[in-house]
Design a protein around this ligand. Structure first.
Ligand SMILES: [Zn+2]
Length: 225
């Protein structure tokens, strides 16, 4: 948390699954001077296609799309997006160590954190993540808080981008003049904006949050570690 030397407020984003909609999201964040951590599944390629609320979702071919993520952080999300708590030790190793190794190979930087697929984890999973040098792990249970958290391998986001309280949280964050470090952490999947037709609403939120000289805009790694 080097940023706390100069700032009391930080904003960071965490987006999962590496779908084609990440191209639009990354461009939007770049325009706003914001940083995101993208949690990617290196074992699933562009042949993996599904639908979300009638909209097609296709994973990016990661080795061909490195420039999409330039300036942002890449983190582990499991090689094949498996629910981790049900895996035996060997499969858990493959899922996490395999993803970390492949992402390191593709992007040239070793990931230092992860997001749990489906938010699914247990003590064996967090211990495995720790043993692999992963220092934070994000779940899906929002806490509507900006307070720094002690257990980074059980990290709880402030909110999802579709949270009914998002606008109120933005207002509270912007108005605050905290004495101690505060972190606004927003998570989601970029394909949800297609399915819910709310790219515009999110863009308005980003415009409110952009360009404040008392806010540090960083990746998860920069903000949490
Ligand atoms: Zn996921």
């Amino acid at each position: 948390m080097e940023w706390t030397k100069r700032f009391r407020k930080a904003l960071t984003f965490s987006y999962d699954d590496g779908s084609e909609q990440d191209i639009r999201l990354a461009a939007l964040l770049n325009r706003c001077g914001m940083k995101c951590t993208f949690n990617l599944n290196s074992g699933l390629g562009s042949g993996d296609v599904w639908e979300y609320k009638g909209c097609p979702v296709r994973r990016l071919d990661l080795p061909a799309c490195r420039e999409v993520y330039a300036g942002h952080e890449i983190a582990v999300h499991g090689a094949r997006h498996l629910a981790l708590s049900s895996l035996d030790p060997e499969a858990l190793h493959q899922e996490l160590a395999g993803d970390k190794a492949r992402l390191t190979e593709i992007f040239g930087t070793a990931p230092v954190g992860m997001a749990y697929a489906y938010g699914d984890c247990n003590p064996a999973v967090t211990e495995k993540a720790r043993s692999l040098g992963l220092r934070y792990g994000r779940g899906v249970w929002e806490n509507h808080s900006f307070d720094p958290q002690a257990d980074l391998l059980a990290f709880r986001p402030t909110c999802h981008h579709d949270d009914a309280q998002l606008d109120a949280l933005v207002t509270r964050f912007l108005a605050s003049e905290p004495e101690t470090p505060q972190i606004f952490y927003i998570w989601g999947h970029s394909y949800e904006f297609d399915g819910n037709h709310n790219w515009d609403a999110f863009e308005r939120v980003l415009d409110r949050l952009a360009g404040h000289d008392d806010i540090f805009y960083g990746t998860n790694r920069e903000v949490l570690l």
